[in-house]
Design a protein around this ligand. Sequence first.
Ligand code: HEC
Length: 141
Amino acid sequence: MTTLRILVFPLLFAAACARQPDPARALRGASDGPASIALPNNLLELVEKADVKRGEALFVSKGCKACHNLTDVKLVGPGLQGVLERRHLNWVARMILRPDVMVKQDAEAKQLFALVMTPMANQNVAVETELPALLALLKSL
Ligand code: HEC
């Protein structure tokens, strides 16, 4: 039994260490970002009505896919699975619309940038017609 423990514990320990979690994914937030980045008043309603399939298409056409996985695995930016459980919906919306403003004005975005050290570029996402579908996709993950 003792021999078994000596063998099994280091193996379990090694297995736990092998999958290095992305430290950026440990960041949780309550901020909803600066009000200067305008959002529709009924954003949540628009997200609930939006089409996840359209979100998937936009995720490719807007270039998100070049920098983000829809899993928990980091690419250039953090893996986006569960991001809406870790962060406020308005914060995620504003990060998608104006990452350049967020990184200068929002404490949580500054903290994220300090960890990742790569800026996210603006992708010209339209507030009314594209943003809700992208958020619906992120919500579905
Ligand atoms: C050029 C690479 C790049 C592109 C393209 C890009 N992002 Fe990002 N994204 C990043 C990086 C890097 C970060 C980390 C924030 C930082 O460093 O400022 C980030 C952060 C985020 C976050 C916050 C993640 C978290 O864990 O809090 C979300 C949400 C996000 N991006 C969504 C998108 C969406 C949606 C698109 C497409 C419209 C997109 N990104 C396009 C690189 C990119």
